[in-house]
Design a protein around this ligand. Sequence first.
Ligand SMILES: O=C(O)CCC(=O)C(=O)O
Ligand SMILES: [Fe+2]
Length: 511
Amino acid sequence: MKRTQTPEEREREAKKLKLLEELEDTWLPYLTPKDDEFYQQWQLKYPKLVLREAGGVPEQLHREVQEAFGALHEHGCLFRDLVRVQGKDVLTPVSRILIGNPGCTYKYLSTRLFAVPWPVRGSAAVRYREAEIAAACQAFLKLNEYLRVETAQTWGELVAKDRANIDVVPVCIGPDFPRVGLGAFDGQDEADIRSRSAYNVTLLNFMDPQKMPYLKEEPYFGMGKMAVSWHHDENLVDRSAVAVYSYSCEGPEEDSEDDPQLEGRDPDVWHVGFKISWDIETPGLAIPLHQGDCYFMLDDLNATHQHCVLAGLPPRFSSTHRVAECSTGTLDYILQRCQLALQNVRDGAGGADVSLKSLEPTVLKQGEEIHNEVEFEWLRQFWFQGNRYSKCTDWWCQPMAQLEEMWRKMEDVTNAVLREVRKEGVPTGVRNETLTAILGPLSTRQSLRREWHARCQSRTARTLPADQRPECRPYWEQDDPAMPLPFDLTDLVAELRGLLLEAKPEKERKA
Ligand SMILES: O=C(O)CCC(=O)C(=O)O
Ligand SMILES: [Fe+2]
């Protein structure tokens, strides 16, 4: 399988390796609540990280949320994702499900997750497979609302404290004076805070360490086994908050004999780790998370810092509420895009003989780009995840069928465009402009199809149970009479390149 790594990924990887080399075989220091400097460092270097212990959350909400986690787990609604990391396909150790606003999606590690809708007011009733699944989605909506309000309030208080500090603290005071940080929240008003706390999805995580014999060791600080490696959360609205509800299924007060002699974090207890990106001076933090604890990453914390999840002994769930950047990630958005593309089809004669309203290169190019977008960002992403979505709800069935139907029409459109460029007697200049406009999107289509096809065949993909196994869809055989164009576009792209070259004057061809 070909490994595709972006230049940024390569650069980051090199930087990381260099950092690890510099460390040689020493660990960087990190702090836990057992350390005297823990709270001071937290206030000084991690002021936008806020912990809300379980006691501060309503008892009834705990009960509903914890029952909801259990129900989704029992009904088999959580799945390990086959994500792409540094050009390789890997299964996440944690199982996940995305719940959120109807039609919303969230993309991470090249994987678009499709939200199982929670029952927001004012949108059509959702059919769930089981009453318990319906109740669970309702519970996470309630938790979302609670965390949204708590986030905005805590954030507001922090901004106010920051402002007060600036006003009170004389300028001559030393740089290490503990405070939130001079103007750390510059120019933020209530509206910013409100929109950056307006969580539209939650990504649920589950892992039972006992069933995961191989977990990676934390590489920089020696914090022990990780359930989730160091990362920034992706695909979020700039400076938006993330709120996490953590539910480790620990027995009643199992109170592990806290041996104060022992160095580092307790390996039986789940923790969240924090570090400042690219900083090897500031100690990292490992914050223990007990049943029902919540933490908040406010403002730019997620951008300036990285976090990881350190495994404990018991199974654990978490619900991570986010403001997904979904300007190109909602069902309404992609439906509108498809409608835009199909506006170029003249009403009437359908099928293989579609006729196009405009042959303008910009119009054709846009059409082919939308064709790629719906195929690779929606249809292939969806079917790559097997049949998992139907476990909870049939909500995505009709939209996916509709998108596929529109995509199928776009195959006819591409076919019609090709008919035009192959026509005898088209002036060279016109033909070249058309060829130049469509060659980019068509060769992208060709290489992405190849990549998705290979991803679906990967060894890891084939080990998955049948109902989760990636489906390469749409897919059709070379000689399928129902399809106007082949699945594999290698020959076609070569033909178009040839046509373009042919039409160029001798001089240019040599250059
Ligand atoms: O489970 C947690 O506490 C956080 C998980 C996390 O970092 C993530 O899902 O991005
Ligand atoms: Fe995260």
